[in-house]
Design a protein around this ligand. Structure first.
Ligand code: ZN
Length: 162
């Protein structure tokens, strides 16, 4: 799958996922691509601004120590929230977590490791909107969130650790 930033003739920007660049051109040529905002089929790839590194930043100077190259900061890992509860409350908390997870499992479709791809297809209107659950690596989940696709980790329950 490849990701393209797209825009329509009226300037709306959106994202699309395609099996290949050929698949993108074919869909575009057939008029299968539409702007999600205004519906026009006048869709093209958005121009991307290249990330330019200035020469000065990479060239060590002969006098004095090399200049430090700015490093793009990693997004901070969200700290997991922990709760410390008295035993009675802990039981109620676990029951609530079980109920939450049961609701997801009962109402959703297990797509297994296809979860990241399927979540994208739903987000971009390529698959029927429905509740799904499945596995995603931390990196994959982060990528989804950065694309604006809302995913939530399901709580891990003590019985999962067996
Ligand atoms: Zn548009």
């Amino acid at each position: 799958m490849i990701h393209y930033s797209l825009q329509c003739g009226r300037g709306h920007a959106f994202d699309g996922w395609f099996a290949s660049s050929d698949a993108f051109e074919t869909q575009r040529g057939d008029g299968d691509l539409g702007c999600p905002v205004c519906g026009t089929h006048d869709v093209s790839r958005a121009l991307m601004a290249p990330a330019v590194r200035t020469r000065a930043a990479n060239t060590p100077t002969t006098d004095g120590p090399p200049k430090k190259v700015p490093v793009e900061a990693e997004p901070a890992e969200a700290a997991a929230t922990h709760a410390a509860l008295p035993e009675g409350d802990r039981q109620a908390f676990l029951d609530a977590m079980r109920a939450l997870r049961k609701a997801v499992v009962d109402n959703g479709t297990d797509v297994g490791t296809a979860f990241p791809e399927e979540a994208r297809r739903i987000h971009y209107g390529e698959a029927e909107p429905r509740q799904i659950y499945g596995q995603a690596e931390t990196e994959e989940a982060r990528a989804l969130i950065e694309e604006g696709i809302k995913v939530l980790p399901l709580p891990i329950l003590p019985e999962d650790r067996n």
